[in-house]
Design a protein around this ligand. Structure first.
Ligand code: MTE
Length: 320
């Protein structure tokens, strides 16, 4: 059981990561110094902060944590999967630095009463953002612990009033090979697509992340907006989202389309269901040293108390 109650330890207390403390300190001072400016003014001013990205102003601690150390910022942002910028782990940080994540709009459409488009600044300023410390378990059998900044996906979805026919939510990444050079190669069927069942999408653990370590998301982590559903394998956490669609039918999902035998639509973390080429019983903690190569993987990545009821009566071997 990984979630602790709101009065539990904050990321700033369980990590000795000095950069993080420095940035958080700067944020507090910055807020006083720049009070009265609009959000973009604050963001512009904070871009000169000791951190690598502008700090997020209206940040609340939602009390979500895990009983493991945070993965250091530099590892979270240099060991990445983001095929739009290359297929190697260090390609995303190397190839995404010129990527402009502003201006940015997200189209919300399909089975909803009020389809429309929302600007990223509207998202950032209109919603109270929270810190959520979640473990990210990749299907490749490694994990990280990341202090995300974000807000419940449900908060955004409800603004568009999904109809009773909305059974699923589909997501798409930007499709622009000039801005995302990895899309010039047909390694995947672009754009990257993912989907959740509507109850998974509305679940309080599911967030849209806009930042990590108290700052705006760096490009390689999916700026300006990515999904995080911590009980599912990391590939469900689609980055650089530009389109959200409510659908009646199960939507397409990139890795599921690419190889349905290896990657299911649900992709819930499940140590009892093997990947055809490797076991999912254990994983390696990134940055955890040589003794962390055989950490036991928990059902639903440790979030079973919160999410197991979503799958009552389902055969999780069949719907993997
Ligand atoms: N989203 C897009 N658009 N493209 C990708 O290649 N990779 C996925 C997911 N989201 C990916 C993506 C995979 S396989 C994982 S494990 C996580 O992002 C990795 O997130 P991280 O790089 O922040 O650790």
């Amino acid at each position: 059981m990984l979630i602790k109650k709101p009065d539990s330890i904050k990321s700033s207390e369980i990590t000795s990561h000095s950069d993080y403390l420095r940035r958080r300190d700067f944020l507090k001072k910055g807020l006083y110094a720049f009070a009265g400016l609009g959000l973009s003014g604050i963001a512009e001013a904070l871009v000169k902060a000791p951190g690598k990205n502008p700090a997020i102003a209206n940040l609340a601690d939602a009390g979500f944590s895990v009983d493991e150390d945070l993965t250091p910022y530099d590892l979270v942002t240099s060991y990445n999967n983001y095929y739009e910028f290359g297929t190697g782990k260090s390609d995303p940080v190397e190839n995404s630095q010129a990527f402009e994540s502003r201006p940015w709009h997200v189209v919300v459409e399909g089975e909803c009463e009020e389809p429309g488009e929302i600007d990223i600044e509207d998202i950032l300023s209109g919603i109270t953002q929270e810190e959520r410390i979640y473990r990210l378990r990749c299907v490749e059998a490694w994990s990280m612990v990341v202090p995300w900044v974000g807000f419940p996906l449900a908060t955004l979805l409800k603004r568009f009033k999904p109809t009773a026919r909305a059974k699923y939510v589909a997501f798409e990444t930007l499709h622009d090979a000039e801005r995302m050079p990895g899309q010039k190669r047909a390694v995947l069927d672009w754009p990257y697509r993912e989907g959740l069942r509507i109850d998974e999408a509305m679940h309080p653990l599911t967030i849209l992340a806009t930042g990590l370590y108290g700052e705006l998301l760096p490009n390689q982590s999916g700026a300006p907006l990515r999904l995080v559903s911590p009980w599912k394998y990391g590939f469900k956490s689609i980055k650089g989202i530009v389109r959200i669609r409510f659908t009646e039918e199960q939507p397409q999902a990139t890795w599921n389309m690419n190889n349905p035998r290896e990657y299911g639509f649900y992709s819930n973390v499940n140590p009892r269901v093997e990947h055809p080429r490797w076991s999912q019983k254990y994983h390696r903690v990134i940055g955890g040293g040589i003794f962390s190569s055989k950490v036991k993987t928990e059902m639903f990545n440790g979030y079973a108390d919160e999410v197991a009821s979503l799958y009552t009566g389902m055969d999780l071997r069949k719907h993997f």
